[in-house]
Design a protein around this ligand. Structure first.
Ligand SMILES: NC(=O)c1ccc[n+]([C@@H]2O[C@H](COP(=O)([O-])OP(=O)(O)OC[C@H]3O[C@@H](n4cnc5c(N)ncnc54)[C@H](O)[C@@H]3O)[C@@H](O)[C@H]2O)c1
Length: 328
């Protein structure tokens, strides 16, 4: 049983990971600033589930605030930190690039400094497939990540390199996990899976960027949680892809799958392609298999069925979350 700090606890991946860690008997100390990038009701929904567990402690705190983070490290002794707090999302980063760097890079320095001072030896850092922009897929960790297409990706590149510096200087063991388009129940309302399902169930027009032939390596949340927890292993400093690794789904394929699962017809409105968007993402997951013993178990057909089911069960409040998120 370990004492673990998880930042971004009210977020999609953070909350799901914490739920599993608590189930395994660990103590989880969660930090989140509950910002309003997307509706806070969804973050509170996830948080309320965690608060039922007596091994869980929550701090509403900001990783950009060195004092707040320092105090939490003074109150608890951690065996490891999972830094999932971030400004996430490619489109949002074009509008507020400074915010992305403040949280994703400067915020991480506060976490790393607290780890150094309190001798916390292990960091799991959330990173992204967006770093492979311009590379040929399937993406392997040995490929270049030097041409990010968005401030979001650039801020994650900076986070990865900062973590390396602290590994080199102070021996902090780091697992950098490059996630590939994560989806599932209680997902992010700024991402295509959540939006598309809500638009379809609500019989609303579907706003698409580009022709729908761009494709993503959609990865189910339970598989991502499993990979994240395996990432707690001591590795030195490693970057590891956490992606489905099968044939990626195009946006048009996803629409067809969702039409089947919801029984509704998509009313597509195509808009211009986004320059910050990648054409295709697909993970080479042989490294994750080799060093973590991880491989995804859930097919898109099964994962999207579970996700649609969750949206159906929460019709009383999700449409409001979806419309409030359309501005993102
Ligand atoms: N969801 C994906 O497909 C995906 C893909 C690649 C990488 N990632 C990365 O995985 C991590 C988790 O992503 P997610 O999808 O759960 O996003 P999310 O937005 O749902 O979760 C991030 C959480 O961090 C919190 N947060 C943001 N800034 C903070 C700050 N300054 N201090 C404290 N808390 C703060 C937010 O309130 C939010 O609850 C992020 O680092 C993201 O960049 C996600």
């Amino acid at each position: 049983m370990q004492n673990l700090l998880l930042t971004g606890i009210a977020g999609f991946i953070g909350a799901a990971t914490a739920e599993k860690l608590l189930e395994q008997g660990h103590h989880v100390i969660g930090v989140d600033n509950l910002n309003d990038y997307y509706p806070i009701e969804l973050k509170e929904f996830r948080l309320n589930r965690l608060l039922k567990n007596t091994n869980f402690t929550f701090y509403r705190a900001d990783i950009e605030n060195e004092t707040e983070i320092g105090e939490i490290f003074t109150r608890h002794r951690f065996q490891a930190v999972l830094n999932l707090a971030a400004r996430a999302g490619v489109r949002g980063s074009l509008l507020k690039p400074q915010e992305y760097f403040r949280t994703n890079s400067l915020g991480l320095i506060n976490v790393l400094e607290a780890m150094r001072k309190h001798k916390t030896g292990k960091l799991v850092l959330a990173s992204t497939s967006s770093l492979y922009a311009g590379e040929k897929s399937p993406f392997a960790e040995t490929q270049s990540s030097d041409t990010p297409f968005s401030p979001y990706a650039a801020s994650k590149k900076s986070a990865e390199t900062l973590a390396y510096t602290y590994h080199h200087l102070y021996g902090i063991d780091v697992s950098v996990l490059r996630y590939f388009t994560v989806y599932g129940p209680a997902g992010r309302p700024d991402m295509a899976p959540f939006r598309f399902i809500e638009w379809m169930l609500g019989e609303k027009p579907m706003k698409l960027f580009g022709d729908g032939n761009q494709s993503r390596d959609f990865t189910y949340i339970d598989d991502v949680v499993h990979g994240t927890i395996l990432g707690l292993k001591d590795l030195g400093y490693e970057m590891i892809n956490i992606g489905c690794g099968k044939n990626p789904l195009s946006i048009n394929d996803l629409l067809h799958l969702l039409e089947k699962l919801t029984g509704k017809k998509a009313k597509v409105q195509s808009g211009p392609e986004m320059l910050a968007d990648m054409r295709e993402t697909r993970a080479d997951i042989s490294k994750a298999q080799r060093i973590l013993g991880w491989k995804p178990e859930i097919s898109p057909a099964e994962g999207f069925q579970q996700t649609v089911q969750w949206h159906r069960e929460n019709r009383d409040w999700l449409p409001a979350i979806a419309s409030a998120s359309e501005r993102i």
